[in-house]
Design a protein around this ligand. Sequence first.
Ligand code: CA
Length: 225
Amino acid sequence: MRLLIIEDETRMAQALQSGLRADGFAVDVANDGPSGLEAARHGSFDVVIVDIMLPGMSGYEIIRTLRSERNWVPMIVLSAKDGEYDQSDALDLGADDYLTKPFSYVVLLARLRALLRRGAPARPSILTVGDLELDPAQHTVQRGGTDISLSLREFSLLEYLMRNAEQVVTKIKLLDHVWSAAADTHVNLVEVYIGYLRRKVDIPFGRNSLRTVRGAGYRLTADPA
Ligand code: CA
């Protein structure tokens, strides 16, 4: 089992790391918000333990960012008793459990084991259209087994099109679902992003799966090779 501890108090982080290592866990440590977020994004951890007050980016922002990226790694929040946030905020934002500092190591270990016993969190299943596959939980896209790297926005756009495959989806609908409440968006933006997507999921593979339906919108089809 691999754990990530995001904690700026180095003595606390080191004590946790050596205790958890002695209990058989592989443990990585990040000492500030941004490096913690990067580690959580790219490492494959079974649980992330995150402090709230961190330099650079709070624990809350880390949780919110990961969840918005559909990263469902189980997270335990460590919060100070008189902190500016409420513990229920942590759970609202998508943490799985929290502990108030100071906490006992034995309690942390028990919570950790309970979380691991719960198993992998429920995650959306993989979407498939022809040989195009999108995994909302792992945030990956493949065409015929070849990895495709998409920006967050391109990913959301493709995900929506895949959930509505073989149907005509209007530009307005795409704006609503992919750009949500953004104020100054225009349907032209959808056209631009459809162009980006084609250059990543179709053109390199000699496909034409992302069709323009003139005057109506777009339709994603299986388009066999
Ligand atoms: Ca702190």
